[in-house]
Ligand binder design. Structure first.
Ligand code: NAP
Length: 287
């Protein structure tokens, strides 16, 4: 088994590469820029992997509103190129997507399943949804895995850090914090998502799956739990999305049901608060 992982230097890519079986070839932007379709095709034709995993993405949710062409270059067109190359070379393609493909239905209060119709409310969400559809229509031997609120010890590539680190940094600066309390999702630890992804690949399944930690919370509740577990006590107040006034709109409720992947025999991931605790411990040990 030979696997090529694109986006290997991102937070999910870094946790996924070590848990995949067989020979794993990690590729970063310096190896292949995904906006270069010839480079993708040439590299896959020469490496001849059995499996391609794409952890790369344009993840700047707010910036995407003013530069949709950059978001689409990676999340749509590069994804199409990867799907086409995998299809023509007979390679299984594993691609990641997001809970931000949902949000249009503002009344929703129960976890979204894989059969629910998406409705993105941002350029980023739209670009990721278009990427999903291209993979599903071009390359029959695929897994599209939607996940949510990722944080990992490596931090996101371009953005640097992650929500947990941002909260701890701001708390250390002694600033009063105001965090959004009307957006619910499931913060998910990249190490846990990586383990479950490896198990899902092992089952040989194809199709669309949701993988997140268990339970759900608002960003405010997440911040509160991070501070409780880290033993710090900053001034923290809940605010609404309207008050926060971010450039891109975000879903009010984007909790993903993981029943489909669990039914395949992939163990339900631990609750999000236990995962935060594990993250804080690992971070402490590695610093
Ligand atoms: N982060 C989240 O909260 C979240 C939530 C739900 C779903 N997801 C999805 O989960 C997957 C993994 O996300 P992540 O948080 O691990 O992302 P990440 O840490 O931001 O990593 C993304 C990687 O993609 C690379 N990349 C971007 N443009 C590229 C290009 N043109 N050519 C080659 N590489 C390029 C980046 O390289 P550079 O470092 O060189 O820019 C970076 O290493 C993505 O599909 C994302 O959409 C993420």
């Amino acid at each position: 088994m030979r696997t090529v992982v694109f986006g290997s230097q991102g937070q999910l890519g870094r946790d996924l590469c070590p848990v995949l079986p067989g020979e794993v070839i990690p590729l970063a932007r310096v190896d292949v820029d995904l906006t270069d379709s010839k480079a993708i095709a040439d590299r896959l034709a020469s490496l001849k992997p059995n499996l391609v995993v794409n952890c790369a993405a344009y993840n700047f949710v707010d910036k995407a509103e003013s530069e949709p062409q950059n978001a689409f270059a990676v999340n749509v067109w590069a994804t199409r190129t990867l799907a086409q190359a995998c299809q023509s070379l007979g390679i299984k393609f594993v691609h990641f997507s997001t809970d931000y493909v949902f949000g249009l239905d503002e009344t929703r209060q129960e976890p979204w399943t894989e059969t629910d119709s998406p409705g993105p409310v941002s350029v980023y969400g739209l670009s990721k949804l278009a990427g999903e559809y291209l993979v599903r229509s071009i390359c029959p031997d695929h897994l599209v895995i939607r996940t949510c609120g990722l944080y990992g010890v490596w931090g996101t590539g371009g953005k640097g850090g992650n929500f947990v680190e941002t909260m701890l940094k701001l708390a250390a600066q002694g600033k009063p914090l105001r965090v959004v309390d009307d957006q619910r999702c499931t913060p998910s630890y990249t190490a846990d998502v990586a383990e479950a992804t490896a198990k899902l690949i092992e089952t040989g399944a194809q199709g669309l799956f949701h993988i997140t930690n268990a339970g759900d919370c608002s960003w405010y509740e997440l911040a509160k739990e991070i501070f409780r577990l880290a033993g710090v006590n900053p001034q923290l107040a809940p605010i609404s999305s309207m008050e926060f006034n971010s450039i891109a709109r975000r879903p009010a409720y984007s909790v993903l049901s993981t029943l489909k992947v669990v039914a395949l025999g992939v163990a339900r991931l631990r609750p999000w608060s236990e995962a935060i605790r594990a993250y804080l411990e690992r971070r402490g040990n590695e610093s």
